[in-house]
Design a protein around this ligand. Structure first.
Ligand SMILES: Cc1cc2nc3c(=O)[nH]c(=O)nc-3n(C[C@H](O)[C@H](O)[C@H](O)COP(=O)(O)OP(=O)(O)OC[C@H]3O[C@@H](n4cnc5c(N)ncnc54)[C@H](O)[C@@H]3O)c2cc1C
Length: 389
């Protein structure tokens, strides 16, 4: 551990180091200036403009942990967490685009990629290429390792056949980490991670889902029909894809925690501003003690969720065990996001129910936190396993 990290870990959880403060402030400014004006349109059209994605690359948030030698920002995991939180305050769809790119795709390449893979793909991911992470299938969600996408060895390549479902960034991505089995009889020990480029023959992006929330974030089916993937594009070892999946998702979960904390903070901020302005019975509704207590409860929730996300992130960064804390932070922050967004809708009254105001969208967006990267039941299972071990 470097001196710097040792000093940082001695700081209170919510006190940010100077580099963290600079990063957070610059992303906050970007989110307010560049993302906020587009939120409603992106939600309605269920699409990101490519110009926004290009600006995210220019800002450096699409390659946070990629070393500078590969053209990345040379940052740390906690920087990724802060970036996802800040973007999600304004739009959790943008938050998850950046989250998948950093905490799943780049994370997996940094950890499991050999020099050749890193040299071929990291500069692209840092500059223009969006990544996606394809594990789920129609028959394998929570039971992810029941996947059936098949990879058959053929000379210096593998031939992939199958379908993936629910793949975030499917519409925008040019690089996909696809999990397939080289040997269905071997169970999870057959699972292998492959790097599939959009242009590979036999690979197509299928149907895009029409969703309740995070609508601008694309969620797509992927179709692999005898898709030939060079052996050099195996990520990690053959038959060790389950480790790639488990370990990246354990970390990715903290990113989803950050997305949900950002969402909750955004909703609370809107609620505070509105209750100061809206007048009923001759005074602003924020002057009623009942409303004040509701806002205070929301602040308690947000503080607890923030602490749990920052704690899990700092533990991960310090190289300490964080599995249970990551599960706790995801379940807590996703429940808090739903509660706080719901309160914001209530406090906006009728205006909370219409699209002209920002909180109904946050309420819809909050729901996904309890579903993807392991449902809440699966998080509870992880926590209970540790309690009873
Ligand atoms: C918007 C969106 C984006 C997504 N992005 C991606 C992505 O980028 N990449 C990817 O690979 N996947 C992605 N997913 C898939 C997501 O991770 C799965 O939907 C999720 O893991 C749940 O799987 P499932 O939908 O099959 O539900 P199921 O596994 O069928 O679960 C249904 C219900 O049963 C419960 N359940 C299941 N098993 C148990 C158990 N053992 N004990 C108790 N309860 C249980 C669950 O908690 C849930 O409530 C995304 C999904 C959505 C909706």
């Amino acid at each position: 551990m470097t001196q710097d990290t040792a000093e940082q870990s001695a700081l209170p959880l919510t006190v940010l180091a100077e580099d963290e403060t600079i990063l957070r402030d610059s992303i906050r400014e970007f989110a307010n200036a560049q993302v906020r004006p587009l939120v409603r349109e992106m939600d309605e059209h269920a699409k990101f403009p490519r110009t926004l994605i290009d600006k995210l690359f220019d800002l450096g948030v699409m390659g946070i942990e990629i070393p500078e030698a590969y053209g990345g920002s040379g940052g740390r995991f906690f920087h990724s967490v802060l970036a996802v939180e800040e973007l999600s305050r304004v739009d959790p769809s943008v938050g998850v685009l950046v989250d998948v790119q950093n905490t799943l795709v780049i994370n997996a390449l940094l950890r499991w990629g050999n020099d050749d893979v890193k040299q071929r793909y990291l500069p692209k991911l840092a500059s223009a290429t969006v990544g996606a992470y394809a594990l789920s299938e129609a028959g394998s969600g929570s039971d992810a390792f029941a996947l059936t996408t098949r990879a058959r060895e053929d000379g210096d390549a593998f031939v992939l056949s199958g379908r993936k479902l629910w793949i975030t960034n499917g519409n925008e991505a040019d690089l996909f980490i696809v999990f397939a089995t080289v040997n269905p009889d071997a169970g999870y020990r057959g699972i292998t991670a492959f790097l599939v480029e959009r242009g590979f023959a036999g690979f197509t992006v299928g149907k895009k889902e029409d969703k309740l929330g995070i609508r601008a974030s694309s969620t797509c089916e992927l179709i692999l029909e005898d898709c030939r993937v060079p052996r050099a594009n195996v990520l990690g070892e053959i038959g060790k894809g389950y480790k790639v999946a488990i370990e990246t998702l354990n970390e990715g979960r903290i990113g989803i925690g950050a997305q949900m904390v950002g969402l909750a903070k955004g909703a609370l901020q809107h609620a505070i501003a509105y209750t100061k302005e809206r007048k009923q019975f001759g005074k602003s509704i924020g002057e009623f003690q009942a409303v004040q207590h509701q806002l205070a409860r929301a602040a308690v929730d947000v503080e607890a969720a923030t602490l749990s996300v920052y704690n899990a992130a700092r533990l991960r960064e310090a190289g300490r065990p964080f599995l249970t804390e990551a599960a706790i932070c995801k379940i807590l922050s996703s429940e808090v996001a739903e509660r706080v967004a719901s309160l914001a809708v209530n406090l906006f009254g009728g205006n909370g129910f219409v699209k002209e105001y920002p909180v109904e969208k946050l309420y819809r967006d909050a729901k996904i936190g309890q579903i993807y990267e392991g449902t809440s039941n699966l998080q509870l299972q992880t926590i209970a396993k540790q309690l009873l071990s």
